[in-house]
Design a protein around this ligand. Structure first.
Ligand code: HEC
Ligand code: HEC
Ligand code: HEC
Length: 127
């Protein structure tokens, strides 16, 4: 004979404990996406925004390798558009402000990418 109550109770514990990491994960990713100032005119990012959110560090690292190691200065996006491989000029040609865009997320997750000692933070930074 199986004690149905105990089995159900055990199942409940497993479900709750199992759900905790997912719950923490969703709280974390919500924390990593505060309100950011998006380009007023809309448009599309270099990579689809949902992917850009998680892949921009890898994209920038890839851009650096292409430019510095291979001397490649032009990037063909998947949708056929062509972008100049230039952190300051290209990213900030659409995103007006590093302060109200990049920094807003980074501060939220407690990081401060050390790029700005060398790269211009924004071409059209607004106070
Ligand atoms: C110590 C100075 C320094 C720091 C810090 C630095 N870079 Fe650079 N980076 C350079 C130099 C110098 C080049 C080569 C510039 C060129 O050839 O146009 C370069 C080139 C690049 C390029 C390709 C060309 C361009 O202007 O976009 C990318 C992309 C890039 N870095 C990304 C980053 C990112 C992202 C960070 C922060 C995580 C970073 N870099 C931090 C000095 C630095
Ligand atoms: C042609 C204009 C354009 C360029 C160039 C551009 N972006 Fe974007 N980016 C956008 C737009 C528009 C959105 C919002 C689109 C959306 O939500 O569908 C966006 C979204 C993003 C997001 C996601 C924000 C969110 O909603 O969570 C990140 C991160 C991002 N961009 C980083 C970058 C970086 C880094 C660069 C330079 C490598 C860059 N962008 C270059 C237009 C651009
Ligand atoms: C929607 C939120 C969001 C926006 C907007 C955003 N970032 Fe990030 N960025 C993150 C998160 C979260 C991380 C750390 C986690 C990761 O590596 O994916 C990160 C990591 C990075 C890193 C790697 C840092 C390191 O030390 O390895 C670089 C470089 C970077 N971001 C550059 C930018 C630039 C440049 C912009 C603005 C053009 C920008 N990000 C906009 C959320 C964002």
């Amino acid at each position: 004979m199986v004690d149905g109550g105990r089995v159900l109770g055990g199942l409940f514990v497993v479900l709750v404990v199992g759900a905790v990491p997912a719950w923490i994960g969703s709280v974390r990713s919500a924390a990593a996406r505060p309100e950011v100032a998006l380009p007023a005119g809309g448009g599309r990012c270099v990579v689809a925004a949902a992917r850009m959110r998680s892949e921009h560090p890898a994209l920038l690292a890839d851009w650096r390798t292409r430019a510095v190691r291979s001397g490649v200065r032009s990037y063909h996006a998947e949708d056929g558009r062509e972008f100049s491989i230039d952190l300051s000029e290209t990213c900030f040609s659409c995103h007006d402000s590093a302060v109200s865009f990049c920094d807003r997320c980074h501060t939220e997750v407690g990081i401060a990418p050390s790029c700005w000692g060398c790269h211009a933070k924004a071409t059209r930074e607004k106070p």
